[in-house]
Design a protein around this ligand. Structure first.
Ligand SMILES: *[C@@H]1O[C@H](CO)[C@@H](O)[C@H](O)[C@H]1NC(C)=O
Ligand SMILES: *[C@@H]1O[C@H](CO)[C@@H](O)[C@H](O)[C@H]1NC(C)=O
Ligand SMILES: *[C@@H]1O[C@H](CO)[C@@H](O)[C@H](O)[C@H]1NC(C)=O
Ligand SMILES: *[C@@H]1O[C@H](CO)[C@@H](O)[C@H](O)[C@H]1NC(C)=O
Ligand SMILES: *[C@@H]1O[C@H](CO)[C@@H](O)[C@H](O)[C@H]1NC(C)=O
Length: 220
């Protein structure tokens, strides 16, 4: 019986180890680009393996708090604090889903009608009173731009030129190979001509020499 309890305790420890209970994630991209005038999802999720109770979260832009909310318990969606309920600039996405596994909670924020001054660092901070008020945060940078196409175009251009360069190089190599083969054939033919002509010289001019040679040899 004590061994069973030890097993359960160890399993719990293993599930929670490594991540230190509370873990906040703002996605993999360190920079998020958005077009001015559009609504932008500022991503943030957190994980807590011992569960939550009144987990408070806050969003800051340029180190200034812009939004605060709370998840009352594992079966409730995030709610804004009263003072941010009627914000015209930020709101919780209306389609936020409930946590499926009671471990990962989505506290992403919707930035409405992005303006250029909405650029800069965003920090998502989560506090979990159930974990001795442990807090954890994640930060990314938002860049509000006039058009996203320019970034995509340069990337496409780079890819195209690299691919084009590679194909060009292949064609060049193939042409060079053909040229070398052609030249080899030509020199081989020239060599054949030289061999046959020298053979002719041997038979026509060589023989007289050979005929003369024995005559002159006795003299010397
Ligand atoms: C985005 O910014 C450009 C340049 O200031 C402006 O011309 C355009 O109207 C803006 N678009 C929106 C949707 O606000
Ligand atoms: C967390 O949110 C609750 C509900 O709004 C509030 O009463 C409490 O003071 C908040 N705690 C912290 C540490 O901000
Ligand atoms: C968080 O919720 C938003 C809005 O519903 C959704 O677009 C986003 O994919 C969610 N993020 C994760 C990691 O589930
Ligand atoms: C926040 O900082 C960015 C640069 O990091 C700046 O472009 C932007 O205007 C600032 N916005 C506010 C509201 O201070
Ligand atoms: C986060 O927790 C640390 C101690 O664990 C504390 O010093 C710090 O003030 C807390 N930050 C916030 C914003 O509550």
């Amino acid at each position: 019986m004590p061994a069973d309890w030890l097993g359960v305790a160890l399993l719990g420890l293993q599930l929670c180890s490594g991540t230190l209970a509370l873990e906040v994630s703002v996605g993999k991209a360190p920079v998020i680009y958005a077009k001015n005038g559009t609504n932008v999802l500022l991503p943030c999720t957190f994980n807590s393996c011992i569960g939550i109770e009144k987990a408070n979260f806050s969003w800051s832009h340029n180190q200034t708090e812009i939004f605060k909310g709370v998840i009352k318990n594992k079966d409730s969606k995030p709610e804004p604090y009263a003072e941010y309920k009627s914000s015209l600039k930020h709101m919780l996405p209306p389609d936020l889903a409930l946590s499926k596994d009671n471990r990962e909670f989505n506290v992403s924020l919707l930035l409405l009608d992005a303006d250029f001054e909405d650029s800069g660092p965003y920090t998502c901070l989560v506090k979990n009173p159930k974990e001795k008020d442990a807090n954890h945060s994640g930060t990314f940078t938002l860049k509000v731009v006039v058009a996203l196409e320019k970034v995509d175009n340069t990337l496409t251009l780079i890819i195209l030129s690299v691919a084009g360069g590679a194909i060009g190089l292949l064609i060049l190599i193939m042409l060079a190979k053909k040229l070398v083969l052609f030249l080899l054939k030509k020199t081989r033919k020239q060599k054949e001509c030289l061999v046959s002509s020298s053979a002719n010289e041997n038979t026509e001019n060589g023989l007289p020499v050979a005929k003369i040679a024995p005559k002159s040899a006795p003299k010397a």
